[in-house]
Design a protein around this ligand. Structure first.
Ligand SMILES: C[S@@+](CC[C@H](N)C(=O)[O-])C[C@H]1O[C@@H](n2cnc3c(N)ncnc32)[C@H](O)[C@@H]1O
Length: 458
């Protein structure tokens, strides 16, 4: 087992901040029936799965192994697997990698870009040829872009083609000029260019020589003011990184395995009307139009701001982080959150096969900026009672996932991990009774963890 252990041991019992042991027992002793699912995804290496998965970090993303545990048990090759909150595209990519049809939807344009790049990837020759052309073209225009980059870095916000100061200070002048050029040259509606842009977002910042800026960790962008102060205080000088060379190396890592054999669709929009758009897209491609499995994790309650924590990536993609955060459903209080999820589950019904299984990974939120949110814990139970049961779903059971919760958010807030999720609960639902029975009978099916998946299974 190889886990990245950060602020606390992932195997230690999870204690909610401020909870006494009696309270802890109460919080974890769910009223809902447990499903006998072996949490075998926890035993897999951190980077288990297709090399396209880690194309770019994304907060609160699934490990691919968790998705595989459900795809392997609850779907067959050729089935449609759907995720209305696809984030960086883990569910649809894993589905496509296993010969299923992976359909992902997200309202965040950055998430959509990542999902689309994974389910409709550029072929290696396409990406490398395009990169070579861009590099050649750069040679002819470098001087003009370097002049522009220097002007912006001298007066970031004042210049008409400016960039925020925190963007301008993050890069070496030449690296910045290359990024300005690529930002202008890449057409995000083009499949190959989109793939290259997504790959750039994955190497934009991080603490090693493979990243274009070392100002921030790879996981997320630090607060802009903090970044400006830090750079001023430490006299930060960005090391020179050649974007084309770093991008070429990134492509080598992404293409370490053949592209997924299955089909995939990426949709941009609200989860509340994703099912209709998914069905239209599936029909347009002559594919089956009902999903047999949904594996999804709805936005967390008042925790993650996907625009704010990705402002440098948003800048590169020409997106406004504030507009992203204003659109996403991450800032609800409990009651509107449950209404929202009920709407999502209601709208999803028409795309579900009669024996469909719906897996909802719900992150429990223990505290918000240090203050306990009582309504945050036990959220999965509330989702069942207030959103899924009234919409006619049938409960197969709940499984607990302690590993993910500890591993992912501690990186973001360090010792203040209580601010984020403590324990994910996995609700396993049937769209109808046939789905519930299928979920229960398939729960004990042993999963083949060989990667890549054996061809005979596809
Ligand atoms: C917990 S993340 C999902 C991460 C995903 N499972 C992965 O592996 O990357 C929740 C996602 O919901 C998206 N989201 C928030 N509000 C939405 C809405 N109304 N419709 C669709 N997606 C939304 C966010 O952009 C975010 O990507």
């Amino acid at each position: 087992m190889s886990h990245r252990v950060t602020a606390r041991s992932i195997d230690a019992p999870v204690r909610l901040p401020g909870a006494t042991s009696g309270q802890l027992a109460l919080e974890l002793d769910t009223e809902l029936p447990r499903i006998a699912l072996e949490p075998d995804w926890k035993d897999q290496p951190r980077l288990w799965g297709h090399p396209l998965h880690p194309m770019c970090s994304y907060l609160a993303s699934f490990p691919a192994s968790l998705v595989h545990a459900f795809i392997a048990r609850y779907s067959r090759p050729g089935d449609v697997v759907f995720d209305p909150f696809s984030g960086r595209g883990t569910t649809p990519l894993q589905a496509a990698a296993e010969g299923r049809i992976g359909v992902g939807n997200d309202l965040n344009p950055f998430a959509h870009l990542l999902t689309a790049s994974k389910v409709e990837p550029a072929a290696p020759a396409e990406a490398r040829t395009r990169l070579a052309r861009l590099r050649l073209a750069w040679a002819g225009v470098a001087a003009a872009w370097e002049t522009r980059a220097a002007r912006i870095q001298a007066h970031p916000d004042a210049s008409p083609d400016g960039a925020p100061a925190e963007v301008a200070i993050a890069f070496h002048p030449r690296t910045f000029a290359q990024l300005l050029y690529l930002r202008d040259a890449l057409d995000l509606d083009d499949r190959v260019d989109r793939f290259l842009a997504a790959a750039v977002t994955g190497i934009l910042h991080g603490k090693s020589a493979s990243y274009l800026s070392e100002l921030m960790p790879n996981t997320f962008s630090m607060a802009p003011r903090y970044v400006r102060d830090f750079a001023a205080r430490t006299g930060f000088q960005a090391p020179e990184r050649d974007v084309f060379t770093c991008l070429g190396a990134k492509l080598d890592r992404l293409y370490r395995a053949p592209l997924p054999p299955g089909a995939g669709i990426a949709l941009l929009g609200d989860a509340r009307d994703a099912a209709g758009r998914a069905r239209t897209a599936l029909r347009a491609r002559g594919l089956p139009d009902r999903a047999r499995l949904v594996v999804t994790s709805p936005p967390y309650l008042r925790v993650v701001k996907y625009g704010y924590y990705n402002w440098l990536r948003a800048w590169f993609l020409g997106e406004d982080p504030r507009t992203i955060d204003a659109a996403l459903d991450d800032a609800h209080h409990r009651a509107p959150y449950l209404d929202f999820l009920r709407d999502v589950l209601h709208a999803m019904r028409p795309i579900l096969a009669d024996d469909a299984i719906v897996v909802l990974v719900i992150g429990d939120v223990a505290t918000d900026r240090g203050r306990a949110i009582r309504s945050g814990t036990g959220l999965a139970e509330q989702v069942w009672a207030a959103a899924a049961a009234p919409e006619g779903y049938r409960l197969a059971g709940v499984a607990l996932d302690e590993v993910r919760a500890n591993r992912k958010m501690t990186k973001l807030w360090g010792e203040e991990a209580g601010r984020a999720t403590q324990l994910d609960r996995i609700l396993v639902l049937g769209a109808a009774e046939a789905g519930r029975r299928r979920a229960l009978s398939g729960a004990a099916t042993p999963v083949d963890w060989a990667w890549p998946p054996r061809l005979r299974a596809l």
